[in-house]
Write a protein that binds this ligand. Structure first.
Ligand code: DGJ
Length: 743
């Protein structure tokens, strides 16, 4: 059992292979966070806490003689508002009489040997792992609020999940104005915070900031987890690197408004609170009612950022993404979007299918424009019926044609949206989120459907179901192309309006649950104008997500690097598109485009008719190589190799098989220089004593292509000394090298 309770000292120990998490109940029943970090062998770490009388830090009534005990200075497991913890609150409530104080005390706990589930929300699945659950119940008996803190302990995977359930045990209504999923206090640390910010087509850029005495807030108010701030933060030692130092990760498994607050307090303690964004949130909890927060996934590494990433990669791949697609080879696909945009008909799609099959693609994805009167983004969303003018044989004809060429067929949808110019909007104008009497704020000429209204969810289920049963569709790309505004639901009362952004996400999760249950063999790929909902919540339904609308390989290096801190390569939708690139006009050699796109769920996003014979030939060999290294890329351990200084010159990363017998090393030069420096990288994850040779080289530099270097090196020399390559010259030159243990 990974969870123990020391009855005498009232300490909970949550132990994973390399980490330990401790919670203590003090003499007044307050729940104290006493430790999270490397294993300490069940030593009660509460000896670290000092009870100092700090001016203006008040004391609970029961302990008023003890001025050293204050909610304001104790590390808390779940902070509340009003009872003198002046730091960031995890929970804020308003009682019927207007009182905003909530003060929780321990009332009981339960330890079970399976992973808890959360009704209506995604969660980390227990699968075949050994997972134990701790539930601690807290009560404010004055207002009648019970808070149950859930901890899922994945012993072998070094992961702890958290989730909070809030129950109104009184007869009166209580309003929850903030309900975070977790709160954690790190008693001391000279720390940095890393978060992943960005914008449409430039998502998840890495930003590292020194924590100062302040509250650092990351979040989204767009109704989606957003391109702008991913719901994932890392707190690490100021000198932590990829391979050393203490790092904590907090990832919220949620696709809507979120908020991560990191506060350094008067005594240098760091508080991290993460959960649903509370800026426009007010949930009415009637007597007896319960509210479930989304789950948060916590990890700790004492060995730097690469190890922290590995812990997230493994848990997401094995326990978050749907099991049905974990071990199945994903098809190399060709998506027609950048090849045609809206301008296609049946003949053109069949020609693209012919071309895709010739170059070795395994699936054709028909993107936006196949339904309603969708000839531009002005019309058609909501009308999920095939446009017979464009596709006279219906979807069946194009799907059958793909199948006849040995390829699967996939289809694009954007279920949660509607155009003003659509039959759906004309017949149900009340189904959109819209303030009464106001003109709508438009985004990409579309409005947001009211997913908090069950009638809307039912309509979408039936109409998507009928499309999916009408042809052999084996893949769905699920898009979402605007931020939410005018959030007002006509299906709910005035008092419920600040519940709508969360109810919306619950409606989306409900629709996804119903569709993935009805079509268990259809693979769903997430998308929100690229990576606007690149989060663990969506990954519960879709094992891969279109990472960004930006397909430029050089921009993608930054986007995919930022993404790699929290999310595995098997979730990263990544395609080769035409050169010059459609988003920024840059020309990049096809080998470099391939090396970057291979670090994801590989595919193409172009019109094969426009390829030269030479390009077709390279594509055939790229697909062959991708399929050869599929397991290594998808399941191998991922290491970021290039340092911050290197990144000004080149970017490098590696996949190493779990047994350390092989590795794929990738280098892309982003700033070619005259009289250039050698490209040095130190490898990871190899067997120190084993000898390695290179048996595959792919490069944009023609002379290097297919010429395996005469290299026999031990794992120890490659990890301690490194590889020296190049310098490489030319336009964005790159090299990919496969190292194999000598037999
Ligand atoms: C945004 C997506 O990210 C693109 O890949 C494409 O599907 C378009 N939407 C279609 O409208």
């Amino acid at each position: 059992m990974s969870i123990k309770f020391d009855e005498k000292n009232k300490v909970f120990f949550l132990n994973t292979k390399n980490t330990e998490y401790q919670i203590k109940i003090n003499e007044y029943g307050m729940l104290i966070h006493s430790y999270y970090g490397g294993s300490v062998g069940y030593t009660d770490m509460s000896f670290l806490i000092k009870y100092l009388d700090r001016g203006f830090s008040s004391n609970p009534f029961e302990s008023r003689g003890n001025r050293g005990l204050s909610a304001d200075t104790l590390p808390s497991e779940y902070s509340t508002y009003g009872a003198a913890d002046f730091r960031v609150s995890a929970l804020m409530t308003v009682a019927e009489n207007g009182s905003r104080t909530c003060d929780l005390r321990y009332i009981g706990h339960e330890i079970t040997n399976e992973k808890y589930k959360i009704e209506g929300l995604p969660y980390v699945r227990g699968e075949k792992d050994k997972v134990d659950t701790l539930r601690i119940d807290l009560l404010d008996d004055h207002i009648g609020i019970r808070v149950s803190l859930y901890y899922g302990v994945f012993e072998e995977k070094d992961i702890i999940t958290r989730h909070t359930a809030i129950t109104n045990v009184s007869d009166a209504d209580i309003y929850i104005t903030k309900a975070a999923s977790m709160c954690m206090d790190i008693p001391y640390g000279d720390c940095d915070m890393i978060h992943f910010h960005g914008r449409h087509a430039m998502e998840r850029l890495t930003e590292r900031t020194a924590l100062t005495h302040d509250i650092h807030v990351v979040g989204s108010r767009r109704g989606m987890s957003s391109h702008h701030n991913n719901p994932f933060v890392i707190i690490c030692d100021r000198d932590a690197t990829e391979i050393s130092g203490n790092c904590y990760g907090v990832m919220l498994m949620y696709s809507g408004n979120h908020k991560e607050e990191i506060e350094v307090d008067q005594a240098n303690s760091i508080r991290v609170v993460s959960g649903i964004g509370d800026d426009d949130f007010n949930w009415k909890l009637a007597g007896g009612g319960s509210f479930d927060t989304p789950e948060a996934i916590l990890a700790f590494s004492a060995e730097g950022l690469n190890t922290l990433s590995f812990l997230y990669h493994r848990i997401i791949r094995e326990n978050v993404c749907p099991a049905a697609f974990r071990d199945v080879k994903r098809p190399v696909l060709l998506n027609n979007w950048e090849g045609t945009y809206f301008d296609f008909d049946e003949k053109k799609i069949m020609e693209i299918e012919d071309g895709a099959a010739q170059i070795g693609c395994e699936m054709l994805v028909l993107d936006d424009g196949w339904f309603g009167v969708r000839n531009s983004d002005n019309a058609g969303l909501g009308d999920w019926k095939v446009n017979l003018k464009k596709l006279p044989g219906g979807l069946k004809a194009v799907a059958d044609h793909a199948n006849s060429l040995g390829m699967k067929f996939g289809l694009w949808f954007e279920p949660e949206m509607v155009n003003e110019d659509s039959d759906l909007y004309r017949s149900h104008p009340d189904w959109v989120l819209m303030d009464p009497g106001r003109k709508p704020v438009m985004g990409r000429n579309q409005m947001v459907l009211d997913m908090s209204n069950k009638e809307v969810v039912d309509y979408l289920f039936e109409s998507i179901k009928s499309v999916l049963t009408g042809a052999n569709i084996e893949y769905v790309k699920w898009d979402f192309n605007r931020s939410m505004s005018n959030v007002y639901s006509k299906a709910h009362s005035a008092a419920e309006q600040q519940e709508i952004t969360h109810r919306f996400i619950l409606g989306t999760y409900d629709l996804l649950t119903r569709l993935t249950t009805a079509f268990p063999n259809v693979m769903f790929e997430g998308c929100a104008g690229g990576g606007g909902r690149f989060d663990a919540g969506m990954m519960f339904f879709s094992p891969q997500i279109w990472c960004s609308d930006n397909t430029d390989a050089i921009n993608r290096l930054k986007i995919q690097k930022g993404t790699s801190y929290g999310y595995p390569v098997s979730t990263v939708g990544s395609h080769i598109s035409a050169s010059p690139n459609h988003q920024n006009g840059r020309e990049v050699p096809i080998a470099t485009r391939a090396i970057v796109a291979m670090s994801g769920t590989f595919g193409y996003e172009l019109d094969p008719a426009k390829l030269t014979d030479g390009e077709k030939e390279s594509i055939r060999s790229q697909i062959k190589a991708y399929n050869r290294f599929y397991e290594l890329i998808g399941k191998g351990r991922y290491f970021r190799l290039s340092s911050e200084r290197d990144e000004a010159y080149f970017s490098s990363w590696e996949f190493a098989s779990e047994d350390g017998k092989e590795a794929l090393v990738n280098i892309v030069v982003t700033d070619v220089r005259a009289n250039a420096e050698v490209l040095f990288v130190k490898l990871h994850g190899l067997r120190p004593e084993a000898e390695y040779t290179a048996d595959y080289v792919y490069s944009s530099v023609e002379e290097l292509n297919n010429k395996t270097p005469d290299l026999v090196c031990t794992g120890a020399s490659l990890m301690n000394g490194g590889l020296s390559i190049g310098p490489l010259y030319g336009v964005y030159p790159s090299i990919q090298l496969h190292l194999n243990e000598k037999r």
